[in-house]
Design a protein around this ligand. Structure first.
Ligand code: MN
Length: 260
């Protein structure tokens, strides 16, 4: 099995090394990731600048490359350059921090996996859901879960052009209560933009904010992780709200007949 390993936290991270270590037990792996942290780049890609690739040493002796670009760039570049005979699996992570609910639209980790799905490859995004900045992360819990579920991840029935978004709570492996298949929950931010002033009195802004998590909705990814379960959400590239098509079409037709 040919496996592409990427992330949005950068090539020199514990999360990527952990994912590479697990994946290497199941096939030939190539690690290719941004040369620095590019979190919250979503599904962006580099169009106006040249991409440079550099082979870098990696713990475990794995084939690894850094790119001066984004996860999407890494996936496309690797498929062209390092997988001429095809790629069977794209793994993106293990991200430092949660990728839950609406936040996944910002996620570079998920963006990398989506690019794999666009290329028709089974793709999985994996994150460790810790909520405290700089708190030590339980990557080892994600590693144990991945080893226990790898055969399922590569064989589970999946629709075309979908990915699996996995979030492992950042707790000791023994405390994890199990795994839930979930829907995307809600994550809304308060005080998203903070206004400050620099030492010269000029105003500047910093984006961040306090997340308001609604973990009351049973069955969502937010709920599952909050309850100590590993969350697995099938996410599709097709963002169309299929349930609205008929209503919207009817309302347009009514208006058209009136307005002409
Ligand atoms: Mn990240």
């Amino acid at each position: 099995m040919n496996i592409l390993v990427t992330n949005d936290d950068g090539i020199h991270t514990v999360g990527l090394a952990t994912l590479a270590r697990v994946a290497s037990k199941y096939g030939r792996i190539v690690c290719i990731a941004p040369d620095r942290e590019r979190s919250a780049c979503g599904h962006a890609m580099t169009l106006r600048d040249p991409l440079r690739v550099k082979r870098v040493p990696m713990e475990g002796g794995f084939e690894a490359y850094q790119v001066n670009g984004l996860p999407v760039d890494c996936v496309n570049l690797a498929l062209t350059e390092f997988f001429p005979d095809g790629c069977d699996l794209v793994l993106s992570g293990i991200n430092n921090g949660p990728n839950l609910g609406w936040d996944i639209t910002y996620s570079g980790t998920v963006g990398g996996a989506l690019e794999g799905a666009i290329n028709g490859i089974r793709s999985i995004a994996i994150s460790v859901a810790s909520y405290v900045e700089d708190a030590p992360l339980h990557y080892e819990s994600a590693e144990v879960w991945l080893i226990e579920h790898f055969d399922w991840l590569v064989s589970a029935p999946m629709e075309e052009h979908t990915i699996l978004n996995v979030n492992v709570p950042s707790i000791a492996s023994i405390e994890i209560r199990g795994t839930k298949i979930t829907t995307m929950g809600m994550r809304v931010y308060e005080d998203r933009v903070e206004k400050r002033s620099d030492p010269w009195g000029r105003e500047y802004y910093w984006q961040g904010g306090v997340v308001v998590v609604d973990s009351s909705q049973i069955g969502t990814d937010v709920w599952a992780v909050n309850e100590g379960f590993v969350s697995v959400t099938p996410v599709r590239l097709d963002w169309t709200s299929h349930s609205q098509l008929e209503h919207l079409d009817k309302s347009l037709a009514t208006r058209t007949s009136r307005v002409r």
